[in-house]
Ligand binder design. Structure first.
Ligand code: 5GP
Ligand code: MG
Ligand code: MG
Length: 177
């Protein structure tokens, strides 16, 4: 496992994301929706630095199952989500890879009647995008490697690491410890 983004770099990156949102929404109400499960650490750290009237909810999107390290069919569950009709929504995810997840979720939020929909991710994998859509905010660009930590998992392991690390192919083959 190789550290790509240290704990202090993550703290600075999240502080910067929060500052951008505080400036963008400038006291106007915002509904932040964390995409389960990878966004939970970012969600917890980010929302405590937001100054506008805030609603916080979650929805679920899954394209990786168990020990997979490449995406499969996207499954979305919005049952847990609060009503977003007429609301300014910010979708929050851990990583923008092919972009299929956020592209679909943004569409869903518009279908649900959101007044506006923006998106924020901690990480963007460079050169992987397969859609027209781009996230509005991203803290770090990373190379095309499978990463874990700060919410990101391999078969639900490693989400608790306070840094972001790349898992090497032999570690992936050996399975999560
Ligand atoms: P996309 O739909 O943009 O291809 O993928 C987004 C989702 O795939 C993320 O929310 C995340 O769950 C998962 N994902 C993509 N790349 C990685 C990675 O390197 N590590 C982990 N743990 N998950 C990833
Ligand atoms: Mg995800
Ligand atoms: Mg995952």
């Amino acid at each position: 496992m190789r550290t790509l983004i240290s704990q202090s770099q993550l703290e600075a990156g999240v502080r910067d994301l929060a500052a951008q949102l505080n400036q963008q929404y400038d006291g106007r109400p915002l509904t932040v929706l964390g995409v389960l499960t990878g966004s939970v650490v970012l969600l917890a750290d980010l929302i405590r630095q937001l100054e506008m009237p805030l609603r916080v909810g979650v929805l679920q999107a899954r394209s990786y199952r168990g020990e997979a390290t490449s995406p499969g069919e996207l499954v979305v569950n919005i049952d847990l989500m609060p009503a977003v009709e007429g609301c300014d929504v910010l979708l929050l995810d851990d990583i923008f890879d092919t972009g299929r997840t956020l592209d679909e979720l943004v569409r869903r939020m518009h279908t649900c009647g959101a007044a506006s929909v923006r998106s924020m991710v901690l990480l963007t994998k460079v050169g992987r995008c397969e859609v027209e859509y781009c996230p509005d905010y991203s803290a770090f660009d990373i190379p095309n490697e499978f990463v874990v930590g700060y919410g990101l998992d391999y078969d639900d392991h490693y989400r608790n690491l306070p840094f972001v690390a790349a898992l090497d192919p032999d570690e992936i083959a050996a399975g999560a410890q």
